[in-house]
Design a protein around this ligand. Structure first.
Ligand code: UDX
Length: 449
């Protein structure tokens, strides 16, 4: 089939590459000239593992505008829906794409909405600019850093819209559903069962995406709460969370405590879900608490660092991306932490294997190695779970630092290894909430705290 993909970000390019791999003729439209030039030059500005190699094997045409919309049977909308100032997604790019598609696409073409949009958006577009086409909500569940694996071996494919579009959409994904001759991706989990394909209303598909991300974020906030409490009562958070996860109803993933969750999806999608609930006059208590807990988790961690240091002390910050395995710094807890530390009058030298400079944050000095960032530091702070930080030579770092504090915001280092290298160690949790906070700081950092 002829497919046009609007938007060459994560979702757009991964969808384009996958659909081309499945045998379709794909054009991917990108209005940002720098990003377009990068893709056209064979570069991957997103640094997504395997994507550049896949694009070399398949035929995706990148173009600045949609000249062949009229020939396309399927049009994928994968433009950004960034968080607006009121917490609701800004739909400007979706509206622009819809107007263009409505004006040029053939009647009956399937418009696959892969951008995350508020519930009701697809039906509204179906009854407005896209009334001649068939609008199908088809949310994606890609994780950055694992996008190809998640696209070729998804846990499920969710889609919803006019009933007469169901078969065509299912056929588009047929080889993925049947797990047929898909590329070798090293760590892909193989299963012979077909991928569940769930067809529903557009509103249900739209809500499924928010519900999934809202639930995962809530799970993380809950795990952080348990870890904080474990700290207070003298229990071992890792033992508790690890044992909880053995119950398949709970599951072992997404239980790693940390300084808070971030990224391009969770903060935006949880706020949007809350806005959807608010808009209906529904008070979504659990979600609100998860969002608040996340902010409190980060503030508590930052406050503990501030309390342990004298004004104008220097922090060696390890990690800037919102998680390991990506170069993405959007809504990164590491950067939010750096801002809080700077506000408190500390200075921050940072290192991240995927970030060379941060033009938008000139006060964070980006260094070229762990040792550079930690040279003369009064405290070392781990903010992203890069494997290289778990394996670093703590003794060499301790020789480079001035102070002996190690704040491990991602539970990467064994406290005993930190102690053996001469560090006083604090993990990411236990720094929120009155009594808990005081006890945690004094027990873990000793009198200097
Ligand atoms: C997420 C969803 O997983 C994906 O399905 C959706 O399509 C987009 O949003 P992503 O933003 O790439 O993907 O990141 P993810 O790997 O889910 O991590 C989100 C945040 O949670 C990160 O800040 C990460 O560091 C944090 N996290 C994750 C933890 O703190 N602990 C964990 O155990 C897991």
């Amino acid at each position: 089939m002829r497919v046009t993909v609007v938007g060459a970000g994560y979702v757009g390019v991964v969808s384009a590459a996958v659909l081309a791999y499945l045998g379709n003729r794909v054009t991917c439209i990108e209005r940002d000239p720098a990003r377009l030039a990068a893709w056209r030059g064979g570069d991957d500005p997103l640094r997504e593992p395997g994507l550049r190699e896949l694009l070399q094997r398949v035929d995706v045409r990148f173009a600045p505008e949609a000249t062949d919309l009229a020939e396309s049977e399927v049009i994928v909308v994968a433009v950004g829906t960034p968080m607006g100032s009121d917490g609701r997604p800004d739909l400007e790019q979706v509206e622009t794409a819809a107007a263009q598609i409505g004006a040029h696409a053939r009647s009956g073409a399937v418009v696959l909405m892969r951008s995350t949009v508020p519930v009701g958006t697809c039906d509204r577009l179906q009854n407005g600019p896209l009334r001649a086409q068939r609008v199908v909500s088809n949310p994606e569940f890609l994780r950055e850093g694992h996008a190809l694996r998640d696209a070729f071996f998804p846990d499920r494919i969710i889609a919803g819209g006019p009933a007469d579009a169901a078969r065509g959409v299912e056929e588009l994904y047929r080889r993925i559903i049947d797990r047929e001759s898909l590329p070798d991706l090293d760590d892909a989990e193989r299963s012979s069962a077909p991928v569940p394909f769930r067809w529903m209303s557009a509103a249900s598909a739209e809500l499924t995406k928010y519900a999934a991300n809202g639930f995962l974020a809530t799970k993380l906030s809950f795990a952080n709460e348990i870890a904080n409490l474990a700290q207070a009562v003298g229990a071992d958070a890792a033992a508790v969370l690890g044992s909880m996860g053995l119950d398949p109803r709970i599951g072992s993933q997404f239980l790693r405590p940390g300084l808070g969750w971030g990224g391009s999806c969770f903060p935006k999608d949880t706020r949007a879900l809350q806005a959807i609930a608010d808009g209906m006059g529904y008070d979504f208590l659990v979600l609100k608490a998860a969002i608040d807990q996340n902010a409190r988790q980060l503030r508590g961690f930052a406050a503990a660092i501030e309390r342990a240091l004298r004004p104008r002390s220097q922090v060696g910050l390890l990690g800037l991306t919102f998680k390991a395995g990506t170069a993405d710094t959007r809504e990164s807890p590491a950067i939010a932490l750096a801002r809080l530390l700077l506000q408190a009058g500390l200075s921050v030298n940072a290192y991240d294997p995927a970030v060379r400079d941060l033009p938008a944050e000139p006060r964070i000095r980006v260094r070229s190695s762990v040792l550079d960032a930690c040279e003369g530091a009064d405290a070392v702070v781990i903010a992203t779970e890069w494997p290289e930080f778990a394996a670093m030579d703590l003794r060499a770092i301790r020789r480079a630092t001035r102070g002996d504090l190690l704040f491990d915001g991602r539970s990467l280092i064994a406290p005993s290894s930190a102690a053996a290298a001469g560090f006083r160690y604090a993990g990411p949790t236990g720094f929120v909430g009155g009594a808990i906070e005081t006890k945690a700081v004094t027990t873990r950092l000793g009198t200097a705290a």
